[in-house]
Design a binder for this molecule. Structure first.
Ligand code: HSE
Length: 294
């Protein structure tokens, strides 16, 4: 029997749209065991939605890896225990894709390299910023250069992260559809320098710098205005530290001094609750580990 763990991830980190991502200490744990047919069972987050059948991102990714490697996929019993909140901007789809590919690759004795897995995962997801840290752990910069995914992975110090998810309907498809097709040079320049500084601030655990430069002009303004309470929650989060929309949202992620985490969590959640919107909250840390076998 094979048992693996895959972390949640927060992409973009403000100005690093589609190229920065951080692995978080929140995990889905999945076991794979040869069986006479394909079965799939989830406990924890998303169980109700995911237990409806065996066709989902994880099983499709699993089957794809067998196909790419020219191997016949036999029956397998897949059981997951999920901690990653779904539809949150915390990389639940990326975790499912990485779990399927990584699990199949381990079952087959590792025919694909880490980069091979990353390439396949990016093809399925469409962009590398969640799948790369889900696979590699830590803070990852990734770009697509022709046929290649180029990544650099960085260790970052233990920081305290507060994540507040409003329970609203916000599919990634919509979150991408609200973005403009092109941006002005002024806004592009605004983001480029800040994205570089986000990497520097995170690597050095420099919250003061992060708070000054974790701003964005190419996706957050377009998205936050469609998320009820989003803009106010984001502004509240910024009072406690550095804040961003996590991935495409709707969760807000804040990097805060540890002693302020509980207060930040309550106040950010209160902004949504005042509008009658329920929330889920997580206080966590970055993970230097990506997907691994237990
Ligand atoms: N970079 C992606 C986005 C992450 O912002 O749309 C979510 O999949």
């Amino acid at each position: 029997m094979l048992k693996i763990r895959v972390p949640a991830t927060s992409a973009n980190l403000g100005p690093g749209f589609d190229c920065l991502g951080l692995a978080l200490n929140v995990w889905n744990e999945i076991t794979f065991e040869a069986a006479h047919k394909l079965t799939y069972r989830v406990a924890g987050e998303g169980a109700e939605k995911l237990n409806k059948g065996t066709r989902n991102l994880l099983t499709k990714a699993y089957a794809l890896l067998y196909e790419v490697c020219g191997e016949k996929m036999g029956g397998v019993q897949i059981c997951a225990h999920n901690e990653i909140l779904m539809s949150s901007g915390l990389g639940s789809s990326a975790a499912a894709i990485v779990a399927g590919l990584f699990g199949a690759n381990e079952m087959l004795g590792r025919p694909l390299s880490e980069n091979g897995l990353l390439k396949l995962a990016t093809e399925i997801e469409g962009h590398p910023d969640n799948v790369a840290p889900a696979l590699l752990g830590g803070l990852v910069v990734s770009v697509m250069a022709r046929q290649e995914i180029i990544t650099r992975r960085y260790e970052i110090p233990e920081l305290t992260l507060v994540i507040v998810k409003p329970i609203v309907d916000w599919p990634t498809r919509v979150a991408r559809a609200v973005l403009p097709k092109s941006v002005s040079r002024v806004d592009a320049v605004y983001n480029v320098g800040r994205a570089v500084l986000v990497v520097d601030a995170l690597r050095n655990g420099d919250l003061e710098l992060l708070q000054k430069i974790m701003d964005d002009r190419i996706h957050q303004p377009y998205r936050l205005k469609h998320i009820s309470g989003g803009l106010s929650a984001y502004k509240t989060a910024k009072r406690f530290g550095a804040a961003a929309l996590s991935g495409a949202g709707p969760s807000i992620i804040a990097f805060v001094p540890p002693e302020n985490a509980e207060k930040a969590k309550k106040e950010i959640a209160a902004v949504f609750e005042e509008r009658g919107i329920e929330t889920r909250e997580i206080v966590t840390k970055p993970s230097s580990k990506g997907a691994y076998t237990i």
